[in-house]
Design a protein around this ligand. Structure first.
Ligand SMILES: [Zn+2]
Ligand SMILES: [Zn+2]
Length: 249
């Protein structure tokens, strides 16, 4: 039994899956969030007309706690994944021959839609369940006027839930590990973009169909309700939880 356990923990996928995905995830997030966070930090007058909220950014107040949360939560969630490795290794995510480019495209497109749908319901339940709201999700809502770095300002349980949802698609499709890497990079870009606090016309993500830019999620932070989807506002429209400027649900 012990030999079996040891052999599982010597598998190359232990590094490639839980360890590298967490490092890539945190590294990509920090890299993508850095320029936006600096912009909010200095809050230059030329960028102010593009701000999602008129209020001053609070990034100088919370950045210390934000960075401590990212470091602490990522370490804790990684340890949980490592402890659960005997189960996680059965997820079907593999490092076989690299799949063709179109497999990356269709799988990741599907992950975006599935993850956003699941995230909508998880996020909504975290608001409807008073215990979860008070003890877990309220941490993310300590930031009322977000800048990019706040995209990972979470209670560790919320990070664990979010990471779990992100993996549902790859587990269902038994994806290649490199598909998972690209997916995580794009998912972190999405987390950053929803919290930038700015609505620039040149932002390439603003050209995507159905996406409403940072304003959509920013309103959620400002009003504390509605707009539960992560990326596609369509879920809030379908389920009647949309918040628009000056109009609460
Ligand atoms: Zn919320
Ligand atoms: Zn948020």
């Amino acid at each position: 039994m012990l030999d079996q356990l040891l052999s599982w923990y010597q598998e190359p996928m232990l590094l490639k899956f839980p360890v590298y995905t967490m490092l890539l995830s945190v590294g990509a997030f920090l890299l993508l969030a850095l320029p936006w966070t600096l912009l909010a930090w200095f809050d230059p007058p030329w960028a102010r007309p593009y701000k999602a909220q008129d209020k001053p950014f609070e990034v100088r107040r919370y950045i210390g706690k934000n960075l401590r949360l990212i470091a602490g939560n990522s370490t804790l969630v990684l340890l949980i994944f490592l402890a659960a490795w005997p189960v996680v290794r059965l997820f079907g995510i593999h490092d076989g021959p690299r799949p063709p480019w179109y497999e990356f495209v269709w799988q990741i497109t599907l992950f975006f839609i599935l993850d956003d749908f699941l995230y909508y319901w998880m996020h909504r339940k975290m608001h409807e369940n008073k215990w979860l709201l008070k003890n877990v999700h309220s941490v993310h809502h300590q930031v009322r006027n977000p800048s990019a770095i706040a995209g990972n300002y979470f209670h560790w349980i919320e990070l664990l839930f979010t990471a779990g949802l992100v993996l549902v698609g790859p587990i269902l499709l038994s994806s290649h590990i490199e598909v998972v890497y690209v997916w995580l990079f794009l998912r972190q870009w999405q987390a950053v973009d929803g919290h930038t606090g700015y609505q620039f016309r040149w932002n390439p993500l603003s050209w995507l169909p159905f996406y409403h830019g940072a304003k959509f999620h920013d309103l959620h932070h400002e009003t504390y309700k509605g707009n539960y989807a992560g990326f596609f506002p369509i879920w809030d429209r379908v389920f009647g939880t949309e918040t628009r400027p000056g109009r609460n649900v």
